[in-house]
Design a protein around this ligand. Structure first.
Ligand SMILES: [Zn+2]
Length: 274
């Protein structure tokens, strides 16, 4: 089968994690029957495994024209069913983890000295609104204009920009990527930027699917692993891989948790040591 580039997708030049040019195909998946898949896009997804570092990633990434279709098919916003109480219950344990790892005095949580939390890809705003309740100066980043407008109108600080566009002298105490890294064309650039932005002792929290879980193995055995069909994702990470990548960037591994939000997903917490 010949897989072509098109106006909607381009072939990645090498492994998005280590840059190696050699990779083996691990999965071909036709997602034409996926209920949200836009009919205009090429429907066969190809997944590769890097022969340098073992990273699992898509052979193609969407171009701007392709992404316009992807975003229109997956438009999510703060709908009338948005349930703040359910969001608080979901995010409070995450925030408690970060609060416990952040070694700063209580008075920082008062007034102008509030520690800064940057949530990359803040979506419906459940995390930043709860972090604000906990006393953080919460800043959300999102690339979808309707999300930024909606949350700004509710009084939250949300920037319509990429993490990489934050100024070099911007600093944060907590930085979170919840269910975001697997969507990024260049996740390593984002992790490097996180290392630059965080104060020493700052906390990095992330979640994404983990291909080293029992759930993942079972889905593979049953040939029902939906992650091969997630057309918005470019990566399938592993827990041990994330720990290694963050150690290389000056972070100490602190805690691993099972994510309650998605199947086979992990949450990992790191502290910046230098
Ligand atoms: Zn690699």
């Amino acid at each position: 089968m010949i897989l072509e580039e098109s106006e909607f997708r381009q072939r990645v030049a090498g492994c998005p994690v280590c840059g190696a040019g050699s990779a083996a195909r691990v999965k071909l998946n036709d997602v034409r029957t996926h209920p949200r898949f836009p009919a205009a896009l090429p429907s066969i997804l190809s997944w590769l495994s890097c022969q340098g570092c073992g990273h699992v990633f898509t052979e193609f990434q969407w171009t701007a024209a392709g992404l316009a279709h992807v975003f229109s098919a997956t438009r999510e916003e703060q709908d009338p069913n948005f349930n703040p109480e359910a969001e608080r219950a979901t995010w409070a344990p995450v925030i408690e983890q970060c609060q416990g790892l952040l070694a700063i005095p209580d008075q920082f949580f008062l007034g102008d000295q509030a520690p800064t939390w940057v949530d990359v890809g803040c979506g419906s705003g459940g995390l930043i609104s709860t972090a604000a309740e906990f006393g953080f100066r919460a800043v959300g980043l999102d690339l979808r204009a309707h999300i930024v407008q909606s949350l700004t109108a509710q009084g939250y600080q949300v920037l319509h920009q990429d993490l990489l566009a934050l100024p070099e002298d911007f600093r944060a105490h907590v930085l979170s990527f919840f269910d975001v890294l697997e969507h990024l064309p260049a996740p390593i650039a984002a992790l490097n930027k996180a290392a630059q932005i965080l104060h020493p002792g700052g906390v990095l929290a992330l979640s994404c699917p983990n291909r080293e879980t029992s759930t993942w193995a079972q889905l593979e055995r049953l040939n029902r692993n939906v992650y091969w069909g997630e057309f918005e994702h470019y990566h399938n990470f592993a827990g041990s891989q994330m720990v290694r990548l963050m150690r290389e960037r000056g972070f100490a591994f602190r805690r691993y948790r099972v994510s309650s939000r998605y199947k086979a997903c992990m949450e990992i917490y790191f502290v910046k040591t230098a």
